[in-house]
Design a protein around this ligand. Sequence first.
Ligand code: ATP
Length: 217
Amino acid sequence: MLELRSITAGYARNAPVVRDVSLTVAPGESVGLLGPSGCGKSTLARVAALLHRPDAGTLLLDGEPVRRWRHHAPREKRTAFGVVFQQARLSADPRLPLTDLIAEPLRATGRGAEVPGRIAELAPVVGLTPDLLTRRPHEVSDGQLQRACLARALVLRPRMLVCDEMTAMLDASTAAALVAAVEDYRAATGAALLAVGHDRTLLRRWCDRTVQWDSLT
Ligand SMILES: Nc1ncnc2c1ncn2[C@@H]1O[C@H](COP(=O)(O)OP(=O)(O)OP(=O)(O)O)[C@@H](O)[C@H]1O
């Protein structure tokens, strides 16, 4: 259970971009967050995934208040989240072959021994063939790179996925494949989802419920 209570957050003192916003995602639930460009959806998604410290408000994870964010957050809380951003190229180290990109969270948490097994499991789930796994980000398409970013988000088996405009840059068939991969993962694990976007039709089809940004305050 993820509860955001009266969250205020931003990038400069006295100029919050998210003001007094509350949102709950129940265990296993999928929630679509809709709102106009620039309203603060990504900022709230980053707070929810413990990547951005709010200026005020409370975040409860399974009833426990989170007090530390980013690398200061306890590992078991940080690794509860898998996050996929809109712009795969900004979130991928250009030096890493896709296989190492996907493996990053395992290596960072001292679980390097699991890399071969998890790559073998995840590559077909996200639709990456072995020839793609050895290529670097500049040698693959945006859609192929986003497939790798989704695999990276799943590699630690998170109980909560945060997908921030995951499909916005992709063609319809790649978008459908990635949504299906997320849903298969959720069906198998019971993970919850917070999906952020502007595409009302997609989010309504994808999620148990959608919430409009204006209704959160
Ligand atoms: N790193 C940053 N530094 C300063 N301001 C930022 C930063 N990131 C976002 N902002 C500003 O915060 C506001 C909210 O941005 P955010 O990305 O959260 O909105 P959004 O609803 O996700 O928009 P979009 O749908 O266009 O992605 C915007 O006015 C944006 O310019």
